[in-house]
Ligand binder design. Structure first.
Ligand code: XBP
Ligand code: MG
Length: 252
């Protein structure tokens, strides 16, 4: 079995986008529209149980705002708020204020040099992916990824495996040829559901999630000289993730 491709989630995996990217962008869209909706850091952690920004807003209203009476055009309002939120997120990301997580850039460069094929499988809106990559990874880096599978391109978002199925089909690859990278339980359910061996790197919102079934769980990808922490799964005893490490994980 040879490793041919790496499939990356974006939010929480490539960069810590949620707390200081998506969350303030939602809040700005709400206040621009004159709504008294506000998502603090803790509430946003609860709301992350639902993937997809439009789905998350609807969940918030259904679950947390029984006082709010939905207008007849509620779906259209949510869609408009989401467009405004996407514009705010782009402005934030374009300031370059959302750095890549440790080891991400190094590993992507090494993987490209080793001839591994790269793809993205995410729940977020496609524009969010390109603006983040361009400003936090480098101007032509969206082209590093053969497929950017994102957002509403499939009807069912993670934890459904559909976005991974979509990316694999576009690349003409079998799950056994690939490794997936995720940071959350919903993401892991999606990648495992598509039959992908998965490396998890946790963050503040996800470290207590259930990662049963992950090949390995780490604090982050690590850097030579800035070791990561092993948190579960197959311990390869190396303080940072490189291509040799990924090949061993894929074989093991
Ligand atoms: C990401 C998400 C997204 C973002 C918001 O999940 O759940 O909804 O929070 O993006 P994953 P949009 O990391 O599993 O892909 O507002 O563009 O939906
Ligand atoms: Mg994620």
């Amino acid at each position: 079995m040879t490793l041919h491709a790496l499939l990356f989630d974006v939010d929480g995996t490539l960069a810590d986008t949620e707390r200081d990217g998506h969350r303030p962008a939602f809040n700005q869209a709400f206040s621009d529209a004159g709504l008294d909706w506000h998502w603090d850091v803790a509430l946003y952690g609860e709301l992350l149980a639902v993937t997809g920004g439009k789905e998350r807003m609807k969940h918030y209203i259904d679950r947390y705002r029984p006082d709010y009476s939905k207008p007849a055009n509620f779906d259209a309002l949510v869609a408009e708020l989401h467009q405004a939120k996407t514009r705010h997120y782009a402005t934030l990301a374009a300031r370059g204020g959302i750095p890549m997580r440790p080891g991400v850039k190094r590993l992507l460069i090494e993987a490209r040099a080793a001839g591994l094929r790269l793809a993205i499988a995410t729940t977020t809106t496609p524009e969010n992916v390109s603006v983040l990559l361009e400003h936090s990874l480098g101007p032509d880096t969206p082209n590093w990824f053969e497929v950017i599978a994102a957002g509403d391109v499939v009807p069912a978002k993670k934890p459904a495996p559909d976005i991974y199925h979509y990316a694999l089909e576009k690349m003409g690859l079998r799950p056994a040829d690939c490794l997936a990278f995720e940071d959350s339980e919903n993401g892991l359910r999606a990648s495992l559901g598509a039959g992908l061996k998965t490396l998890v790197t946790v963050n503040d919102y996800t470290r207590d999630h259930d990662f049963t079934g992950a090949a390995i769980v780490l604090s982050d990808l690590g850097e030579p000289g800035a070791a990561n922490k092993w948190l579960g799964g197959q311990d390869l005893g190396q303080p940072f993730v490189d291509v040799a490490y990924l090949r061993a994980l894929h074989r093991g």
